[in-house]
Design a protein around this ligand. Structure first.
Ligand SMILES: [Zn+2]
Length: 155
């Protein structure tokens, strides 16, 4: 009884192996094309990663925060601001340990600080892009691995 079951099981196993081989041949070309596509995409993602890292590898200084122009009253009685001519100046705002911070900018430095804060924003966007590309690369590696992997014992 046990032996019969064992033999039947073995025959089934052989049949499965044979049909798997036929299917295997049919799937070979398809898998080859898929593998080519994945390899191509991997190379494209690596190129995008390289370009994204150019932003990170630059040497220009970064300033965290945003530059705004604000208009306000100073509180001095009879000042022109009480008649609607508000004091306008530029500030840099940023958050630090969850707190909102602000400092006023001397007019000669506004252009420079604004440029550095834009550069900071670019750096942060690049960082997000890197993490997206990194995940994509890992997903591609997994797919390539699956396509290239042979079942253990296959000849
Ligand atoms: Zn005033």
């Amino acid at each position: 009884m046990f032996l019969a079951f064992f033999q039947l099981n073995r025959i089934n196993h052989l049949r499965e192996a044979q049909s798997a081989k036929k299917i295997g041949y049919m799937q070979d070309r398809q898998q080859h094309r898929k593998l080519s596509r994945l390899r191509q995409e991997l190379l494209e993602v690596l190129e995008r990663l390289r370009k994204t890292l150019e932003v990170v590898l630059a040497r220009s200084p970064l300033v965290k925060g945003s530059v705004y122009q604000i208009a306000r009253r100073c509180g001095t009685p009879n000042c022109r601001c009480t008649r609607g001519q508000l004091h306008r100046n530029f500030v840099l705002t940023w958050s630090e340990q969850g707190r909102h911070r602000m400092r006023s900018l001397p007019p000669p430095r506004v252009v420079e600080i604004r440029q550095k804060s834009k550069e900071y924003a670019r750096f942060r966007r690049a960082r997000i892009e890197v993490s997206i590309l990194y995940n994509r690369i890992l997903a591609l590696l997994d797919q390539i691995q699956e396509l290239r992997r042979e079942a253990p014992g296959d000849e």
